[in-house]
Ligand binder design. Structure first.
Ligand code: GLN
Length: 480
């Protein structure tokens, strides 16, 4: 029962092959059996899940494909009355007084919340190793990381711990763990899904999206979570289409751009796998064209200056007084601020605060922040020109497959390199997806990334679905 996609579980519920309570219980049992090995969850919401499942069964209306379907939320998405920690010590005991808009929408659709999944602290990281609650292991090899920051949500989709999960992607945090764990990770256009109630990392980059077992499931979740909200002024009033209309199998008339810059400094087996993937797209009717994105080499410094600058200002609200951890070792106000923050934040968050404060400080602002902001504008223009020539871009998602736990923790720059191919879509607010495209000689998953112009989620889904239907990689399960 646990191998269900949203679509197949919905069919089972409609045909009364099983109830939502039975389905939910099957996943809770699976979590019980795997949690010690994987460490996927910060909170398992068993009671909430069984209550919501019972309600869905009693209602008996499964016309909404998400009704009665168990899912997990990354633990930076606020849930009223349920702890939301951002995987940090400073918010270790924080219980939000309200739901994030994305959870409100999912609840309205009848979703069943099975747990709050692990993440890098405040979504800062690429491996879940910065979590205050320990690393999430890769279900394909327990000595390796599952990626991050949405490592918990990726493990959920890859190891069948729920039908799907919701993560966030600032510079790759949905796509990179999806690549390292062999699931579908969809990043939407900036502003397509409301951020209200999602703990901020870098406010002009943060997006929310699904991690699923199939592209069809991603479309089903997008149908519920996309669209304008009065609670988030960065969500434009553009109607979200029915994304399932884009799940086509022929790629005739579709132009797929291949930027050669995305194949430099990438592991050979990953390059070979993605090239094979491009052949598959061609055999489905796509026209393959070469495009140039020469600014790609500036993506990492541009991203890390801008994202850390925004991150440093977003972290200012955690002062040890308004909410969260307060030191019990302070005599005066300044001491409370300093000690609470020192005790409450992990190393990567402190690095964010230092880099960001430096880049924004008077005297350095022009040299760093402003310059990076200008490069951001140039990169956007470069993508716009590329999308005049093609519908989607195809690239590897990650320059390397899953690395060993601890391998990169002492070398922040080596860790940041994990994001080389995913940060451009974050910088430019573009939609993108990582889909399973093969395995390396160690048996570790390799993901293929597709990107499109802003608000062209449909094109991404179209090409991703066609690829998935023509291949079998998404069907392979980890040896757990
Ligand atoms: N690893 C990147 C960072 O730490 C991306 C994280 C994310 O997308 N949330 O900024």
């Amino acid at each position: 029962m646990i191998e269900h996609t949203i679509a197949s579980a919905n069919k089972g519920l409609k045909e009364k092959q099983f109830s939502s309570v039975e389905l939910t219980q099957a996943y809770l049992d699976r979590i019980d059996a795997t949690e010690e090995k994987l460490n996927t969850f910060i909170t398992i919401t068993k009671e909430e899940a069984l209550k919501q499942a019972k309600e869905a069964d009693e209602k008996g209306d499964f016309s909404n494909p998400l009704a009665g379907i168990p899912m997990a939320l990354k633990d930076i998405i606020c849930t009223k009355g349920i702890k939301t920690t951002a995987a940090s010590k400073i918010l270790e005991n924080y219980t939000p007084p309200y739901d994030a808009e994305v959870y409100t929408r999912l609840k309205k659709a009848g979703s069943v919340l099975i747990g709050k999944a692990n993440t890098d602290q405040f979504a800062m990281g690429s491996s879940t190793e910065t979590s205050h609650f320990g690393v999430t292991k890769n279900p394909w090899d327990l000595e390796r990381v599952v990626g991050g920051s949405s490592g918990g949500p990726a493990a959920v989709a890859a190891a069948d711990l729920a039908c799907y999960s919701i993560g966030t992607d600032t510079g790759g945090s949905i796509r990179q763990p999806a690549s390292l764990s062999s699931c579908v990770g969809f990043k939407v256009t900036y502003g397509r899904v409301p951020r209200y109630g999602v703990i901020s990392y870098a406010s002009s980059f943060d997006t929310i999206g699904p991690l699923t077992k199939t592209v069809e499931d991603a479309a089903l979740v997008l149908n519920t979570i996309c669209g304008h909200s009065n609670h988030d002024s960065t969500t434009p009033n553009i109607l979200a289409p029915d994304y399932t209309n884009f799940l086509l199998e022929s790629l005739k008339g579709i132009k797929v751009g291949v930027p050669k810059e995305y194949f430099e400094d990438v592991e050979q087996e990953t390059v070979d796998t993605v090239i094979k993937g491009i052949e598959t797209l061609k055999s489905l009717g796509a026209e393959i064209i070469e495009v140039n994105l020469p600014l790609t080499k500036y993506a990492i410094p541009t991203y890390y200056i801008l994202a850390k600058s925004e991150g440093s200002t977003n972290m200012a609200r955690y002062d040890g007084i308004k909410y969260g951890h307060t030191t019990d070792d302070a005599k005066e106000l300044l001491d409370i601020y300093m000690k609470s923050r020192d005790e409450g934040f992990g190393d990567e968050v402190k690095r964010t605060i230092m880099i960001g404060t430096y880049a924004l400080s008077s005297g350095y602002y022009d040299a760093y922040y402003l310059k990076a902001a200008k490069v951001r504008a140039l990169m956007k223009r470069e993508f716009e020109e590329a999308f005049e020539k093609c519908d989607v871009l195809v690239t590897p998602t990650s320059p390397f497959t899953a690395f060993k736990v601890g391998e990169k923790t002492d070398d922040p720059l080596a860790m940041y390199a994990a994001d080389t191919l995913t940060v451009p879509a974050g910088i430019c607010g573009l939609p993108g997806v990582s889909i399973p495209a093969g395995f390396d000689s160690k048996g570790l998953p390799i993901g293929l990334q597709l990107m499109a112009n802003q608000f062209e989620e449909g094109k991404v889904l179209h090409v991703a679905h066609a690829f998935e239907q023509a291949t079998e990689f998404h069907k392979k399960k980890p040896p757990l």
